[in-house]
Write a protein that binds this ligand. Structure first.
Ligand SMILES: CC(C)(COP(=O)(O)OP(=O)(O)OC[C@H]1O[C@@H](n2cnc3c(N)ncnc32)[C@H](O)[C@@H]1OP(=O)(O)O)[C@@H](O)C(=O)NCCC(=O)NCCS
Length: 162
C-alpha cells in the first residue's frame, strides 16, 4: 500500500537517491533544475509517496513570480523510482500536489516537462502567451495549468524566483 505524506516525514538522502535514479544523468541539465538552484521548495507543498519505509515518489513546487507581481508555482521535480513507475504513483502525487496548491490559494502552475504526462492533469502549452523563462526551454515542454479558471490571462512577462 502506497501512502502520500508530507516530505518532512521522509529521509532527505533517500529522496536524493530517488531523484538521481529517476532522472539519471539528465537531472543536472534540466532547465527547471538549473533555474531552481539555490532556492527552496515550498515545504507545505512537498509530498512523498511511501511504501512502508521506502520513499518511492516525490513532488515539489517552487514559488515564482510572473511579470511584476503575479505569484504562482513552478512544478518540480516530480519523480517516481524506476521500479515503481507505471502503477499510478506519479498520478496520485500530481493530484495530491495540485489540490494542495489550489487549497493554499495559488492560481496557476508552470511546468517544464513531459507534455504527454502533464497533459493528463490539465497542463497546456504556453503557445500564444507572452511568457518567458530565463533559461532556454523547448517550447513543447513549456506548460501551464490554471488552478483558477482564467488565471492564465495574468501570465504575462518574465518568470523569476519569488
Ligand atoms: C513521469 C513520472 C513521474 C510518472 O510517474 P508514474 O508513476 O510512472 O506515472 P503513472 O503510473 O501515474 O502514469 C500516468 C500516465 O503517464 C504516462 N507516463 C508515465 N511515465 C511517463 C513518461 N516517462 N513519459 C510519458 N508518459 C509517461 C503513463 O503512460 C500513464 O498514462 P496512462 O494513464 O494513459 O497509462 C515517472 O515516469 C518518472 O519519475 N519519470 C522520470 C522523471 C521525470 O521525467 N519527471 C518529470 C516528468 S514531467
Amino acid at each position: 500500500m502506497i501512502s502520500i505524506v508530507s516530505e518532512s516525514q521522509g529521509i532527505k538522502s533517500q529522496i536524493e537517491l530517488l531523484l538521481n535514479s529517476s532522472f539519471g544523468e539528465k537531472r543536472k541539465t534540466l532547465p527547471s533544475q538549473k533555474f531552481r538552484k539555490g532556492s527552496k521548495p515550498i515545504q507545505n507543498l512537498s509530498f512523498i509517496a511511501m511504501k512502508e519505509e521506502l520513499v518511492v515518489g516525490v513532488i515539489r513546487f517552487t514559488k515564482i513570480s510572473i511579470g511584476n507581481e503575479f505569484t504562482c508555482l513552478l512544478l518540480g521535480p516530480i519523480a517516481v523510482l524506476p521500479e515503481y513507475q507505471g502503477i499510478k504513483i506519479g498520478s496520485s502525487l500530481m493530484k495530491h500536489g495540485l489540490k494542495a496548491a489550489k487549497d493554499a490559494g495559488y492560481e496557476l502552475v508552470v511546468a517544464i516537462g513531459d507534455p504527454e504526462f502533464l497533459g493528463d492533469f490539465g497542463f497546456i502549452s504556453i503557445e500564444g502567451k507572452e511568457l518567458t523563462f530565463p533559461i532556454f526551454v523547448d517550447k513543447n515542454r513549456f506548460l501551464i495549468k490554471e488552478l483558477i479558471e482564467g488565471s492564465s490571462k495574468l501570465a504575462k512577462g518574465k518568470i523569476k524566483l519569488a
